[in-house]
Design a protein around this ligand. Structure first.
Ligand SMILES: [Zn+2]
Length: 402
């Protein structure tokens, strides 16, 4: 860790470390259960560029594995909503050509766009609609990746960028979005600056509830006759300013959120064990890896995590000894509580595994265990145990939310 970070977008070297999760295993590599560990670990840090405002991963020595899990219904529903919004605004015209930059996590829009009469172009060809749905964040060189996408926007065309917005990450205390392989964490403010550098200007935007705050931004070429940004864009910029997405102190609040979350999880699991209740996890998500590690959770407190992806079964969570097991274990073990690591799956899993609640078990949102600062949409089914000592500065975080 010798030299100061250099911005992945504007190349500036001035900025601040805003979140440091210490040494973490690669969250996308699930070792076999018979692999004893310890797993190799690497620094995991977020840096906020003072020049362009882009929050970003400092260094990434890991090799991406990105095992494709089952595509969540929430992501599929979101794609349909986003495409409908873009179509209603006139950005998706039948007969147009589309280029898609996909995410390794799935969620392609090409099927939906084909239904509207848009056909894909070949690699590298220009297109009327260039779509990037959670793809751009996987590029280590942000400036180059955005320039490549911008260059493919045909005359009169549009770039549709969808991202989990940093203002939502801050408002909901979603510190565990930080992971190896995800190089950028966009605020609309930073993205508008990045688009400008790539010769594009933001035109319209739509906000969705996915992940607590997902934005679809439409950008076109920054020509003399380009349309001015719609009110929807200005509203997002105003909200960014209110939350403080470019303010190192506001973004660094994620460090407090992280400690409170880890403390809350550990306290709750210990209380469940003391009460003699069996707890299983659900969702061997990459975002659960750092949480389990920071909270020091092993299989004595959480004996297994259920996941529907066959690729993860028979393996264990990185950095701990908790095995990943088949969903049939929910019916076999009849846990008193299932700790849900992917809140967006709540409706899906409740419908898929009625045996849990039929046997008196309950679904508990792991994100809601982080002291008082939980997502308003978290629908707590269980009041988390109070923390032993409230972390200092929690009131500030709550203020930011109100
Ligand atoms: Zn920068």
């Amino acid at each position: 860790m010798g030299t100061a970070p250099r911005c992945r977008s504007c190349r500036a070297r001035t900025g601040h470390l805003v979140l440091d999760l210490g040494l973490q295993p690669a969250c996308d590599y699930f070792p076999r259960c018979d692999s004893p560990g310890p797993d190799p670990d690497y620094p995991l840090q977020m840096w906020l560029c003072s020049a362009c405002g882009l929050a970003q991963l400092v260094a990434d020595p890991t090799v991406p594995e990105e095992p494709k899990g089952a595509e969540p219904a929430a992501l599929i529903a979101q794609a349909a909503d986003a495409v409908a919004a873009a179509e209603a605004a006139g950005f998706l015209r039948s007969g147009g050509k589309v280029a898609e930059y996909g995410s390794p996590h799935g969620g392609s829009w090409l099927g939906l766009l084909a239904d509207l009469g848009l056909a894909p172009v070949r690699d590298g060809e220009p297109a009327d609609v260039v779509v990037d749905c959670f793809g751009l964040m996987h590029a280590a060189d942000q400036a180059a990746a955005l320039a490549e996408r911008a260059a493919r926007v045909a005359e009169g065309g549009v770039l549709l960028l969808q991202y989990h917005s940093l203002d939502a990450v801050i408002r909901h205390g979603q510190w565990n979005v930080l992971r190896h392989g995800h190089y950028a964490y966009y605020s609309t403010t930073a993205l508008v600056t990045m688009l400008g550098a790539a010769g594009l200007r933001a035109e319209s935007a739509w906000a969705f509830g996915l992940y607590g705050g997902t934005i679809l931004l439409a950008a076109s070429r920054n020509t003399a006759g380009a349309a001015p940004a719609a009110q929807s864009v200005w509203s997002l910029l105003a909200e960014d300013a209110r939350v403080g997405v470019c303010d190192q102190a506001a973004v660094a609040g994620l460090q407090r959120d992280c400690r409170a979350h880890a403390d809350g999880l550990r306290t709750w699991l210990r209380a469940e064990r003391t009460a003699g209740r069996t707890v299983l996890g659900y969702g061997a998500a990459s975002r659960a890896v750092a949480l389990l590690r920071l909270a020091g959770i092993d299989n004595a407190l959480l004996p297994a995590i259920v996941d529907a992806s066959p690729a993860k079964q028979g393996r264990r969570m990185p950095g701990t000894d908790i095995p990943v097991v088949h969903p049939a274990e929910l019916g076999a073990r009849l846990p008193g509580a299932v700790l849900l690591f992917l809140a967006d799956l709540r409706a899906e899993v409740r419908a898929s595994y009625p045996e849990v609640e039929a046997a008196g078990g309950r679904w508990v949102d792991a994100d809601a265990l982080s002291s008082r600062h939980h997502d308003a949409s978290g629908c707590l089914q269980h009041e988390p145990e109070p923390l032993q000592a409230p972390a200092p500065g929690r009131a500030d975080a709550a203020d930011r939310q109100s």
